[in-house]
Design a protein around this ligand. Structure first.
Ligand code: IMP
Ligand code: MG
Length: 443
């Protein structure tokens, strides 16, 4: 099976990191294909608890090649800190390869990111402030700086001068900020280049060769599909090009779309969102707070951003949006995460449709206006009221938990093959493996 995409089916933070960490055991290459260090994965395994922002979650398996593809935008300071942090804790990064063609997040990008948010006022997107959006903006405007540019003093100088001159006019003229000093930026980034040199590579060739040799490649999505520029809740989305949906996977590493044979969609048992924008099933007060603090799951694993530490907005599982993201990604297998977090609830809700201006619908509205007006129609199910974190077989789950999972499965229309019941690597119920072999039938 050549390439598998793992993609988030909601607004990010679905647990893609732990899903990749689990499935990477079967793959030779694990590659990130889009986004920047706006992404955050929390991973808990026998080596400890880690927060990753740019490096693929496959890094914990020393025999695997980890690739940061050309579709990713890279903040060299962040990636180098991440490398140092991993090495200090005994996780080797020698098999990490970074695309020479990936665009670089430059110091003006985070400045512009927050300045633009201020200008947007009450229409602010609620970005992560990492400069990711402005870096993609420059990539598309063809004024971006790539990793390869940092590896050659002359080329970097030639590239940086006109771009910095242009950016300084914007920083000072539009935002009233101080200009950046050419010599400082040049020296800092050429020094980053020196440190990145041993990681920089032709990653498209590496991935292509692995593909030719019939090796399994895991394409690790960052962000959720509802944050995609075209198919998400625009303009409350991220700026990644290629798209943060599964179709962006092969494009972001240099493979053709026919290489992808399987798309694993990761969904949380409820919804979360950081940043602004419509969220029809959002809940507030104690009901939301219980889930945010970790609910019936492990204390200290609540819903706070890995990258920004922001409290995540909480909502009930949205079957309308789940069906939409299953369709646009061509999802063939679902991983449902954090079932344990709902164990405290007396009752759990699932949104099966919307009412918009008095009209019922079961499909995602095509406009922002529609999304903002959408009132969820719920099915309420009895909770299961017992800890499920030690369950490893579907048939051992409480009956009400099984009904909840099966109802979600029927709304998405794709089988749920993995259910996570805790943050640790082994806290999962796997009913069908990555090759499609049934381990346990749902009943
Ligand atoms: P940006 O990607 O920083 O420009 O932020 C755009 C929107 O995407 C904001 O609502 C962010 O909170 C959201 N976002 C970006 N990356 C992630 C992520 O990894 N998880 C969840 N939300 C994200
Ligand atoms: Mg995250």
């Amino acid at each position: 099976m050549p390439a598998v995409v793992i993609i988030g089916g909601q607004w990010g933070d679905e647990g893609k990191g732990r899903t990749v960490d689990f499935h990477s055991q079967y793959c030779s290459v694990i590659a990130r294909y889009s986004a920047g260090n706006n992404a955050g994965h929390t991973i808990m395994n026998d080596q400890g608890k880690f927060a990753l922002h740019v490096i693929p979650a496959g890094i914990f398996r020393p025999d695997k090649i980890c690739v940061i593809g050309h579709g990713v935008v890279i903040d060299p300071g962040v990636v180098l800190d991440e490398i140092d942090g991993l090495e200090e804790r005994g996780v080797s990064t020698k098999n990490l390869r970074i695309s020479r063609n990936a665009n670089v997040i430059m110091p003006w990008h985070p400045l512009i990111d927050s300045a633009d948010e201020n200008l947007r006022g009450k229409l602010a997107i609620g970005t992560t402030g990492t400069g990711t959006g402005p870096a993609f903006h420059d990539k598309v405007a063809r004024t971006g700086i790539r990793v390869a540019d940092l590896l050659d003093r002359e080329r970097f100088s030639e590239r940086l001068k006109p771009v910095l001159d242009y950016k300084n006019r914007i920083l000072t003229g539009l935002y009233g900020l101080e200009p950046l000093v050419y010599a400082d930026v040049f020296e800092t980034y050429i020094t980053y280049g020196e440190r990145l040199r041993s990681y920089a590579d032709d990653t498209a060739a590496i991935v292509q060769q692995a593909h030719d040799e019939g090796k399994m490649i895991l394409l690790e999505g960052a962000q959720g599909s509802l944050l995609d520029l075209d198919t998400g809740t625009y303009p409350y989305v991220t700026s990644s090009v290629p798209a943060s949906i599964a179709a962006g996977g092969p494009a972001g590493v240099g493979l053709g779309p026919t290489a992808v044979q399987k798309v694993i969609g990761v969904y949380k048992a409820y919804q979360t969102r950081v940043g602004n924008g419509p969220m029809p099933t959002e809940i507030f007060g104690q009901e939301a707070e219980d889930i945010r603090q970790g609910g019936g799951g492990v204390a200290g694993t609540g819903e706070f951003g890995t990258t920004t530490g922001r409290a995540r907005r909480i909502g009930w599982f949205d079957g309308v949006l789940a069906k939409h993201t299953a369709d646009i990604n061509g999802i063939t297998s679902v991983a449902l995460t954090r079932l344990d977090t709902l164990s405290h609830a007396d009752e759990v809700k699932i949104c099966t449709g919307y009412e918009i201006a008095g009209i019922s619908t079961e499909t995602m509205p095509a406009t922002l206006w529609g999304m903002e007006q959408a009132k969820p129609v719920y099915e309420t199910l009895d909770g299961w009221g017992e800890d499920v974190s030690d369950v490893r077989r579907f048939s051992d789950l409480p009956k009400n938990a099984r009904s909840f999972v099966k109802r979600i499965e029927s709304l998405i229309g794709v089988t749920i093959d993995m259910i996570s019941v805790g943050p640790e690597r082994d806290q999962a119920i796997v009913t069908r493996d990555i090759f499609g072999t049934v381990i346990e039938a749902h009943q």
